[in-house]
Every structure is written in C-alpha cells, then in structure tokens.
Design a protein around this ligand. Structure first.
Ligand code: SAM
Length: 282
C-alpha cells in the first residue's frame, strides 16, 4: 500500500496491467507518489477546484491531485490500456474521478467541469506545446481555467518564462506572459521518470491574469511577434517589412528603434506596436 492513499504502489499497478511505456505516446511515468503529491500542491488549493488532467497514464499525478483534496478530477487519456488502473483509483475516490478515453486535442470538455477549474498535467511531450498554446489563446479572456500546472521539457519551460535578451525569448514567452503569470516551480532530473527521458523536465505554474497585462488585439499581436521572431537576428525595420508600408514610422510611434531586434523588445512595446498597427495610439 502506498503512503498517500492505500492503493497499491505504481510499480505494482504497472506490472498488474501490463503498462509498458510507449514512446509514441510520450509515456515517461512518475512513480513516486510523494513527488506527484508535491506537484499537485504546486497547483494551489485544490479543495474548492475541479481539475483537468491530460494524460493520467497509470495515475500517479491523478492520485496526488485526489489525495491533495481536488473536488473533482477529469482525466483525459489516449491509451486505453490505462483505463482499468484508472478505474481502480475512481473506485477509491467515489464520485471524484471521471476518466475520458480520447485525444486531449479533440475532446470537448464543456459542461464536464465546474469553475473554478485548474489544469494540471505531466504532459506528453509531443502535444504539450500545442495544448499550452490552445489554453493561452481562447476567444475570450479570462479563460475557463484559473491556473495551469504543467510538466515540460526544461528547454520548453525556459522558453515560457524567458525575458528580453535571453536566448529562449520568443513567441512562447510573449504569449505566456501577456495574459498569464508563469514561473518555473520545480525542475526534475531524467531519473525521476520511468523510463527516463533524455533531458531534464520542469513544472511551470501559470496563473491566468484577470485581463491582459497591456491592451492589444490578440491576432495583431501574434502577427507582429511572429514576423519579428521569424527572423530574430534581423533589425525590425527589415523583419517586419512584410506587414505593410511605413513600418519604420510605426515602430517609432510605438517607442521602438527601427534598428532594434525582436529579441530585445519587451512585452509592453510589442503591445504598443500591435495597437499602432491597428491604427490606434501607442
Ligand atoms: N500522468 C502520468 C504520470 O505523470 O506518470 C503519465 C504522464 S506521460 C508523460 C503522458 C501521458 O499522456 C501518457 O499516459 C500518454 O498515454 C498520454 N497521452 C499522450 N498523448 C495524449 C493525447 N493526445 N491525449 C491524451 N493523453 C495523451
């Protein structure tokens, strides 16, 4: 029996259900339940929250979230081999775990969760960034979630929290920091996982801001930032030329030197440029 919940240790669960890890599904499992409970605590006070978990696998983080008091966990898992193991957890926490067998990129979660909603996941690496971008770019803000607590490869985590001048600074940093407050909460070596991945992993906690840090139209901001970072070492007057005539004047109006490079420009100036591009004041 495991210390946090009286269910069998994860090694026994994996052996009993034949859950050999599949690389194609990004399966690197966390087997230490003290560690998964710690990650669950990084998500905040769960007792008043519903939690969406992507990729529960054999259920290590799921058990952490439930033992830390999550009101309800909705877990979306693509690998149907994991369902019997997850059913055992659901039986140990009656009415608090709902499992959906499907692809997190496709399933419709509307109506299955009650706010406040937090998202917590040890994400499959192959879909992690795509899911993050989706959660950060809903039509309306604030989004349906209060916070995201997500495991990424450390290199991706560094891109999320990067500041101007950092090598990792780019679109993902701007997207993540415009309407959320991201921080790296924990970094783990490869041997924390079974099987171990090639690189370190980090848990990033992102708290949704009630409103964007600076006003801007999301599509315009995305367009200027994409153009700027597509050619990150070029001067902006050249990398943004394709966005239309008079770009030098618009950069100046936004308080940006036309000779500056994308990697030097902070969020506030990017938003000013987006407003100028839309015909408004900086
Ligand atoms: N949460 C478990 C843990 O921490 O040990 C497993 C994490 S493992 C890195 C990623 C999990 O996501 C695997 O169980 C995998 O089957 C699942 N997965 C992969 N792609 C998925 C997708 N598109 N939708 C839902 N689950 C997916």
């Amino acid at each position: 029996m495991a210390a946090i919940d009286g269910l069998p240790p994860l090694r026994e669960v994996i052996a009993a259900h034949g859950l050999s890890a599949k690389k194609s599904l990004g399966q690197n499992f966390l087997l230490d339940l003290n560690l998964t409970a710690k990650i669950a605590r990084l998500a905040g006070d769960l007792r008043q929250s519903d939690v969406l978990e992507v990729g529960p696998g054999p259920g290590g983080l799921t058990r952490g979230l439930l033992s830390e008091g999550a009101r309800k966990v909705l877990a979306v898992e693509k690998d149907e081999r994991c369902l019997p193991a997850l059913a055992e957890i659901a039986a140990a926490y009656p009415g608090r775990l709902e499992v959906i067998n499907g692809d997190a990129l496709d399933v419709d979660l509307r109506g299955r969760l009650t706010p406040p909603i937090r998202i917590a996941a040890n994400l499959p690496y192959n879909v992690g960034t795509e899911l993050l971008v989706r959660w950060l770019t809903p039509k309306d803000w604030p989004p349906f979630w209060e916070s995201l607590t997500l495991m990424f490869q450390r290199e991706v985590a560094e891109r999320i929290v990067a500041k101007p001048g950092d090598d990792a600074y780019g679109r993902l940093a701007i997207l993540s920091q415009w309407r959320a407050d991201p921080a790296i909460a924990l970094t783990l070596p490869p041997d924390a996982f079974t099987p171990p991945p090639k690189v370190h992993s980090s848990v990033v906690h992102l708290k949704a801001l009630p409103a964007p840090r600076f006003p801007a139209n999301a599509a315009t901001l995305n367009r200027v930032v994409a153009a700027g970072f597509n050619q990150r070492r070029k001067m902006l007057r050249s990398s943004l030329k394709g966005l239309g005539p008079g770009i030098e004047g618009k950069l100046e109006e936004a308080g940006i030197a036309p000779t500056a490079r994308a990697e030097e420009i902070g969020l506030e100036r990017w938003c000013a440029l987006a407003r100028v591009m839309d015909g408004g004041p900086a």
